[in-house]
Unconditional design. Structure first.
Lengths: 336, 465
């Protein structure tokens, strides 16, 4: 394995972690949005809030990680993607601003009207950001991003059936992950009614996300043949693994099993992310730029690998500490 | 749309958006770097001396930091998007060089985000000193993160550590990139600026409170802790800034010529305060003969490079603004030095803050003044480097995106950030008002820190089943 491949692997680790952690986070915002009024909706929103409060910022640092690794190790691909997909990426950035500020302010806004508005903002942008990021992935996967500064079509590159489908799939996957996570959070909060509430939603979201994933593969057959071939050949074991994990999670959720659904749901998402990576390999931009051709000089790649090693040593234990403290309810919001 | 908006104006839009979003973020970034240190000083005092007021300040400041850190994380994420959205050609070509620094910054930012979460949410259940120590990594990673990001800007000023062949980067030497020649003066300059901005800004809030008659111990301490930090940083900053100016005269002579409106290369160059820069020299302003030469070489015989040393195309634009920005930064810095001295001398004499109302008034405006000085500094370094994005290597016009619609995103950014700024201030003021009400009722709401651990989050359990 070349160091370019190793860094591509590091990038994919970042993408996987972002997909899981930020995905669950976006999805939680989605459930907060659709929880509706009334006592149960209020309690559901409270749980969402309580669950993501301490971790949401750390969750989103993975995006910075992905962006930085991409522009450092595969600068040309980064420039090409961000210039051709200027519109959806600007909209995703807009969503990130609205989401972050909605979250920052609704915690401190005491007056109900301001609080509701900030919450609504948080919910809507939790929907928009993954959707537009999904259209970006759809555009890349279907080979609509050529190499160069804004060389691709600024509109049809991402406004096409495949990209839109991937966008919706992203939203559904986020909702699915979040619901599965919130079932556990509800148990941790000793709220059996909410456990049941999110279990039902997790089942529903699982079916929707699974259906969309199958539809996505069919559309890829027509529109992104390179990825389709990859998914049905080299990537097939991972696609199957994803399906098995997804079904397993479904069964466990159905039976209200106390554990196991969460790792399986995560497995389903991570397997499909890696399936996509394998299907796209050796291309960064399918059939336009390979990992080897698009990689930075070797010293830069080595530096990225060293920094990644340092991150494993420094950041992972810190993250583990954070999540452990959260799981043991040692840290939570205090009124002041 | 590309027919309607010509490329030249897209460049202007991109520059405007970058300047605006960076100028906004830098204030929050400064708070992110320096505020945790002040929070921890108060926390330490609270724990060590059993000082309830200091402890209360630390808790409240951590709530403020939670808001400013969240907004700063958001505006920082926008900046990382802008490397691709606004400057894809720059990043496509040199990302593999300067990106290493951002990769390092990523680690620091990650650690900062993790520990700030633990610290902010850890008041209730973590043991006191353990909680204090979870705050220390925030301070250290803030310094490390600032180093990494500012070093990127230093690299743009003094690009080193790469080899180009046929326009492509073929070889990178990471250590030469990381420790480029502008790092030793630019990084400390910005770090100190962050501590000054935060110190004066936080102190100014309490100065306003004291001017309105709230002269309790909480306000005194709230003024004294940040103002002391800022007062220590200010004289160091003056020395660092002076060194930086001399280094720039050497490393980026055209930028320096722009800052000082030096048209022709010569010796015995006059230093102008203010004035209007024209091709025939400075009109108006206060001129001190020979001082400019003296400042950069300690002798009036020192030769100062003029703007005429390079073709007109290679000179920075908006000379008068550049010159004024530089003068304003130095002027405000000097005034803040006066404030620092005032506090320092009074404290040495009688262990108290100056009694004069004018001291509180000066402190009350020092926060905004420090921000203005820092923004001027960024104008100097960024506008002064133009027309280059990478000094003498890549022109800014060749770095910008070919996509159309930057005017739209700039307009949206302008509106959105205005709302964001207002919302941040309103939120913080609402919090402050609530705290004042609590203080006047003298209730502590049963929310003492470091208490025992309840079995389950009370708000959620035992709902309708």
């Amino acid at each position: 394995m070349s160091s370019a491949d190793a860094v591509a692997g590091v990038l994919w680790v970042g993408v996987s972690l972002y997909a899981v952690f930020a995905g669950a986070d976006f999805g939680a915002g989605f459930w907060g949005l659709v929880a509706g009024g009334g006592e149960r909706g209020r309690r559901a929103r409270e749980l969402v809030d309580w669950a993501i409060g301490p971790v949401w910022e750390a969750n989103h640092v993975w995006l910075i990680f992905v962006l930085v690794v991409l522009w450092t190790a595969f600068s040309e691909a980064f420039g090409s993607i961000f210039s051709t997909l200027f519109i959806p990426l600007s909209l995703a950035a807009l969503g990130i601003v609205l989401r972050g500020s909605g979250f920052a302010f609704h915690h401190s806004a005491r007056r109900l009207r301001g609080r509701l508005f900030a919450e609504r903002l948080f919910g809507v942008s939790s929907l928009l950001t993954p959707f537009f990021l999904g259209t970006v992935i759809g555009a890349v996967a279907s080979g609509r991003v050529p190499v160069g500064n804004a060389e691709g079509d600024p509109v049809t590159s991402w406004l096409n059936p495949l990209s839109l489908l991937v966008g919706v799939l992203f939203v559904a996957t986020c909702a699915y992950l979040a619901a599965v996570f919130l079932v556990s959070d509800a148990r941790r909060a000793e709220a059996p009614d909410l456990e049941e509430y999110f279990r039902a939603r997790a089942l529903g979201a699982a079916l929707v996300a699974g259906g969309l994933a199958v539809a996505g593969i069919l559309v890829m057959h027509a529109d992104a043949r390179y990825i389709y071939d990859g998914l049905t050949h080299e990537g097939l074991p991972l696609v199957i693994l994803s399906g098995v994990c997804g079904l397993g999670a479904l069964v466990l959720l159905r039976r209200a099993a106390p554990r196991g659904a969460r790792p399986l749901a995560v497995g389903a998402v991570v397997a499909v992310v890696w399936g996509w990576g394998v299907a796209q390999y050796p291309y960064l931009l399918p059939q336009k730029l390979t990992v080897a051709a698009g990689a930075a000089p070797s010293a830069t790649l080595t530096a990225v690998l060293i920094v990644f090693g340092a991150a494993v040593v420094l950041v992972l234990p810190a993250l583990a500490l954070l999540y452990t403290l959260v799981q043991r309810s040692m840290i939570e919001e205090t009124e002041l | 749309m590309s027919n309607v908006l010509p490329i030249a104006s897209a460049l202007e839009a991109a520059r405007s958006q970058m300047a605006f979003t960076l100028g906004f973020h830098i204030v929050l970034a400064s708070l992110g770097v320096a505020f945790p240190a002040m929070m921890l000083i108060a926390n330490y005092r609270g724990l060590r001396h059993d000082d309830a007021d200091a402890m209360l300040l630390a808790r409240r400041w951590s709530k403020v930091a939670a808001v400013t850190f969240a907004v700063g994380a958001v505006t920082g994420t926008v900046l990382s998007f802008e490397f691709g959205l606004l400057w894809p050609a720059f990043t496509a070509k040199f990302g593999e060089v300067f990106g290493i620094l951002f990769a390092i910054e990523g680690i620091f930012f990650f650690l900062e985000a993790i520990f700030i979460a633990i610290y902010i949410f850890g008041w209730k259940r973590l043991p006191g000193w353990a909680h204090f120590w979870t705050g220390v990594p925030i301070v250290l990673s803030g310094i490390g993160g600032a180093f990494s990001v500012v070093a990127v800007n230093s690299w743009m000023n003094q690009p080193r550590g790469y080899t180009l062949s046929h326009g492509d980067v073929t070889k990178v030497e990471p250590l030469k990139v990381i420790f480029n020649p502008a790092v030793p003066y630019e990084v400390p300059h910005m770090l100190l600026a962050a501590y000054m901005v935060t110190g004066f800004l936080v102190a100014s809030v309490y100065a306003v409170g004291m001017l309105r008659g709230r002269r309790d111990r909480l306000h005194r301490l709230g003024l004294l802790i940040p103002l002391t930090v800022a007062a220590i940083a200010t004289p160091i900053q003056l020395g660092v800034g002076d060194t930086a100016a001399r280094a720039i005269a050497n490393d980026q002579p055209v930028k320096f010529a722009g800052m000082e409106c030096v048209q022709h290369t010569s010796t015995h160059v006059t230093e102008y305060l203010g004035g209007r820069c024209t091709a025939d020299g400075v009109k108006g302003g206060i001129g001190i003969p020979g001082l400019d030469s003296f400042l950069i070489g300690f002798s009036t015989d020192t030769k100062v490079t003029g703007l005429d040393s390079v073709p007109a195309d290679d000179r920075p634009p908006a000379n008068t603004m550049l010159h004024w920005a530089f003068d304003a930064m130095v002027g405000i810095g000097t005034a803040l030095m006066g404030l620092a001295l005032w506090l320092g001398l009074t404290w040495l004499r009688r262990r108290d803050i100056p009694r004069s109302h004018w001291f509180l008034r000066a402190t009350a405006v020092s926060g905004v003044a420090a921000i203005a000085a820092m923004e001027c500094g960024w104008i100097v370094t960024e506008v002064g480097r133009q027309p280059w994005v990478v000094y003498n290597v890549m022109r800014t016009e060749n770095a910008a995106t070919g996509a159309s619609g930057v005017w739209v995103t700039f307009t949206v950014a302008l509106l959105l950030y205005t709302v964001l700024g207002i919302a941040t201030v309103v939120t913080l003021r609402t919090m402050a008002r609530r705290w004042r009400e609590e203080d006047s009722q003298d209730e502590d709401g049963g929310d003492e820190p470091y208490g025992p651990r309840p079995s389950a989050p009370a708000a959620l359990s035992g709902g309708p089943g």
